[in-house]
Ligand binder design. Structure first.
Ligand code: SF4
Ligand code: SF4
Length: 158
């Protein structure tokens, strides 16, 4: 019997599903509201639904880990991105997934360093012209492609 791949290196370098890059908010179930409020999550109510705001305060950014891992909400337990899913099934090597995370984080850091607002829901607007604007446009396009291709939910939420 083959040993399952060690996937920990992928999420521990990523955190995009907790830091607001992928989602401005995440869903909660009603009975989770009070426990999660006590954990410091900012509760949101809208249109009959309930959730919490991202970036999540329980994300430990240095290690990209969840400080309430054993208590985390069900939506967090259920989420798996396409990249992680492909590494889990062996469709891609773990190192390829780690490299994809590193490249995505590098793009985000570059855009932030160039002054782009990367907060949840912020428009990725580019002003100016010339080589710098062209480079920014290329990076934004690559980022969008990676976020939609690699980091979208692997299977519909149940
Ligand atoms: S976006 Fe995917 S790879 Fe990144 S932390 Fe979440 S599940 Fe892991
Ligand atoms: S509770 Fe944990 S897993 Fe869920 S968004 Fe926050 S840091 Fe991520």
């Amino acid at each position: 019997m083959s040993t399952p791949p060690d996937l920990s290196a992928i999420c521990q370098r990523c955190g995009l599903c907790c830091d607001g890059t992928l989602f401005p908010a995440a869903r909660l179930e009603e009975e989770e509201v009070e426990p999660m409020r006590k954990h410091g999550l900012a509760i949101l109510r809208e249109g009959g639904g309930v959730g919490f705001e991202q970036p999540c305060p329980q994300l430990e950014r240095a290690s990209c880990s969840c400080s309430i891992y054993l208590d985390r909400p069900r939506t967090c337990r259920r989420f798996e991105c396409s990249l992680l899913s492909r590494a889990r099934t062996g469709a891609i090597p773990v190192q390829a997934a780690v490299d994809a995370v590193a490249r995505t984080r590098e793009i985000i850091a570059t855009l932030q360093a160039k002054g782009m607002d990367m907060s949840p829901g912020a428009p990725r607007t580019i002003s100016g012209s010339g080589d710098d604007a062209y480079e920014l446009m290329s990076l934004v396009a690559e980022l969008m492609e990676r976020l939609h291709g690699d980091f979208s939910r692997a299977s519909p939420e149940t």
